[in-house]
Ligand binder design. Sequence first.
Ligand code: FE2
Length: 374
Amino acid sequence: MSIVDHHRDLDRVKPPRLAGIDHLEWWVGNARTFAGFLCSAFGFTPVAYAGPETGRRDRVSYLVEQGGVRFMISGALHPDSPIAAHVMRHGDGVRDVAFLVQDVDVAYDAALARGGTGLRPPADDTDAHGTIRQAAVATYGDTVHTLLDRRRYRGPFAPTFETTDLISPSEPLVGITGLDHVVGNVPKGALGSWVTFYEQVFGFRSMQHFDDDQISTEFSALMSTVVWNGDSVVMPLNEPADGRKKSQIEEYLDFYGTSGVQHIALRSDDIVATVRALRARGVRFMGVPPDYYADARARMADLDLPWDELQALGVLVDRDERGHLLQTFTETITDRPTVFFEIIERRGATGFGEGNFKALFEAIERAQAQRGNL
Ligand code: FE2
């Protein structure tokens, strides 16, 4: 059924109530090294592991955590695994943005009544530590939203997961304090229908829309709409727009093969300390155009900021009517030029660094040109 068939149900059935993002699951070629990389480079702590030793025969998963941000990293043990097929098609990427809900059955029924596609009906997942009830619905590309309720579960993460003995260096501390937003890329012309999907299926609202005249450079452009649940689930969506050369969103879609998660923004309360620690751990960040800081210092001369330090670390600054924010972006962390992290410190601002988009894309396009994909 298409979304338009559900107008009656939209009035009748309330959208699922989301309590937040529980975790993101990555499907990768080598879960052990990917999890190890997130720990050694990004300061995550390994928390739990599931695999043959714990009774799972087809895959291994590591759960890593920092400041309430939880990533589950899964890899295939056999060539016929759906994880292996996913990695062959997309490379390493985010498979699941898992939502916490109060009532999985009510949320799943509501999502389907409002036009969503069910992938897994609600079922209990139980071990000696308790029960997690979960279901899954489809979203853009091969990405899914698990809906889960873990209030009856007391174990380290989920059934079959056991505390891991994987260790990682703890110094220097990175200081990620939470998940700020998760951004998806969709093909040209598809932005409107995916905004409608989140509005209808999940009852999200549109927060902001940016047109290609606001977010463009000489070579490429994008359009973006921020959809959110009015609380902690913030999911901006991008689509490529016409430029003289290939847009970086287009490059993502070419290499990922479909729509998918493009970047994950991680919060810090002290971005200077966080970025310094990440750089010391070997994380590489996108370069900032040299004239960016002369312009930014002039534009935001009234703000008391450590400009020299921000410039040395490549941290960008933007402001809106509510305050300012500091942000920076890593290089893509996958082999294919697809997924990257943003580090963001909000000082009142509720935007997403629109004023920095142009500067960001100029930097991205320099890297894209070096790969011969512009
Ligand atoms: Fe972002």
